[in-house]
Design a protein around this ligand. Structure first.
Ligand code: NDP
Ligand code: ZN
Ligand code: ZN
Length: 350
C-alpha cells in the first residue's frame, strides 16, 4: 500500500476538499503512476454531486489522467519506469467477454470498472480517480502518450476526445457530411476538431453569443444560436449528424427537426430520461435515428491519441490549481470554460 493525497467530495453537497487515502500494492499486471495532470470532465461534477444517483462517498473524481510510470508489476510488458502514460474512464473489465475481446471494454458484458466510483473486481474497494498524486492501474487500461503531444493538453483526449471521436467514426462521418455539434464545452470543442479532420462541414449549436467568434476559430464553418427559433428554422432538414454534448435534460425535438432524412442524433451528454418526450413523427417521417455512445474502448482510445498526434489536434486547456477546483465546477455549470480545465498536480504539493 502507498499513501496518496487527493481531493474528494464527502457528500453530494460538500465542496471538494483535501483527502488522504491508500493506493493498493502493485499486482503483477499493474502499473504505478505518479499523476502530473488531470482534466476536469462534466461527469466529475455529475458524480461528485450525485446527479445520476449511486455515488459512493468519498468521491475522488478525475478520469483524464496523464502521468509517468514509477513502478511496474512483474508481468507488465508494455510499460517501463519513466514512460509518459494516460488513464481514461476505465480501469478494469472482465477481459474475456465478446465486448472485451472486441476492444469495447466500455460495453463489457460483465460490467466495467470506472476509474472512480467503480468497484475493484479483486478486493471490492471503491475506486478513486485522478484528482490525486498517484494511481495504480492494470496495464491493459494504461495508454501510451505519443511524444508529439503536450502532456497537459493531451489529458482531455482520454475522455472528451475519445467520447466524441468514437461515435463520429462508428456512425460513419465522412468528407462532405454536415455535422452539428450541440454544446461548446470540453466534449463539443473536441467534436468540432474531429469532425473537421474527417472532412465534414461543421456547425456549432450554442446558447452563448460570446462563443460565436471562438467557434469559428476552433474550425467550425457555421454557428447556430440554439435559443433563436429563426436560426434553428433556417437549418431545418439539413444535417446528416448531430453530436449532442448538452449535459442536462433538453428538448430534442427542435434539434431532430434540423436533421435530413436518415440523419442521426448521437447522444453523449444526456444520461437521464428524455424530457419533454420525443415526437415519434420526428423520427418516422424522415427515417431519423436517435443513438447513444459511451466513451471508447482501449484500442480506440490509443487510436485517438495517435490520431491527435498525427493531425496536430490539441485540446484548448485552462490550467488549474487543485485548490481552485470548486470555483472551476461553478464556472463549468455556467458553460464558462474555454474549453477544458486541466489540474496541474504539482499544485497538490503546495
Ligand atoms: P462541459 O460543461 O464542458 O460542456 C457542456 C456544454 O453544454 C456547455 O459548454 C454548454 O455549451 C452546453 N450546456 C451546458 N448547460 C446547458 C443547458 N442547460 N442547456 C443547453 N446547453 C447547455 O461538459 P463536458 O463536455 O465535459 O460534458 C458534457 C456531457 O457529456 C456531460 O453530461 C458529461 O457527463 C457527458 N459525458 C458523456 C460521456 C459519454 O461517454 N457518453 C463521456 C464524457 C462526458 P454552450 O455554452 O455552447 O451552449
Ligand atoms: Zn469524462
Ligand atoms: Zn468483458
Amino acid at each position: 500500500m502507498a499513501q496518496a493525497k487527493g481531493f474528494a467530495a464527502q457528500s453530494a453537497t460538500s465542496p471538494l476538499a483535501p483527502f488522504n487515502f491508500e493506493r493498493r500494492a502493485l499486482r503483477a499486471d499493474d502499473v504505478a503512476i505518479e499523476i502530473d495532470y488531470c482534466g476536469v470532465c462534466h461527469s466529475d461534477i455529475h458524480t461528485a454531486e450525485n446527479d445520476w444517483g449511486g455515488s459512493v462517498y468519498p468521491v475522488v473524481p478525475g478520469h483524464e489522467i496523464i502521468g509517468h510510470v514509477t513502478a511496474v508489476g512483474s508481468d507488465v510488458s508494455r510499460f517501463k519506469v519513466g514512460d509518459i502514460v494516460g488513464v481514461g474512464c476505465l480501469v478494469d473489465s472482465c477481459k474475456h467477454c465478446s465486448a472485451c475481446d472486441d476492444g469495447l471494454e466500455q460495453y463489457c458484458l460483465n460490467g466495467f470498472v470506472g476509474t472512480y466510483n467503480g468497484q475493484d473486481k479483486i478486493d471490492g474497494t471503491i475506486t478513486y480517480g485522478g484528482y490525486s498524486d498517484s494511481i495504480v492501474v492494470h496495464e491493459r487500461f494504461v495508454l501510451s502518450i505519443p511524444e508529439a503531444l503536450d502532456p497537459a493538453s493531451a489529458a482531455p483526449i482520454l475522455c472528451a476526445g475519445i467520447t466524441t471521436y468514437s461515435p463520429l467514426k462508428h456512425f460513419g462521418v465522412k468528407a462532405g457530411d454536415k455535422v452539428g455539434v450541440l454544446g461548446m464545452g470540453g466534449l463539443g470543442h473536441m467534436g468540432v476538431k474531429f469532425a473537421k479532420a474527417m472532412g465534414a462541414e461543421v456547425t456549432i449549436f450554442t446558447r452563448s453569443e460570446s462563443k460565436v467568434a471562438e467557434a469559428k476559430k476552433q474550425g467550425a464553418d457555421h454557428v447556430v444560436i440554439s435559443t433563436d427559433p429563426e436560426q434553428m428554422a433556417a437549418v431545418a432538414g439539413t444535417f446528416n449528424y448531430l453530436l449532442d454534448t448538452i449535459p442536462v435534460q433538453h428538448d430534442l425535438n427542435p434539434y431532430l427537426n434540423c436533421l435530413k432524412y436518415d440523419g442521426v442524433h448521437i447522444l453523449v451528454g444526456l444520461i437521464e430520461p428524455m424530457d419533454p418526450p420525443v415526437h415519434a413523427a420526428n423520427l418516422v417521417l424522415k427515417r431519423r435515428v436517435i443513438a447513444g455512445s459511451l466513451i471508447g474502448g482501449l484500442p480506440e482510445t490509443q487510436e485517438v491519441l495517435d490520431f491527435c498526434a498525427e493531425h496536430g489536434i490539441t485540446c484548448d486547456v485552462e490550467m488549474l490549481a487543485m485548490q481552485d477546483i470548486n470555483q472551476a465546477y461553478e464556472r463549468m455549470k455556467k458553460g464558462d470554460v474555454k474549453y477544458r480545465f486541466v489540474i496541474d498536480m504539482a499544485s497538490l504539493k503546495n
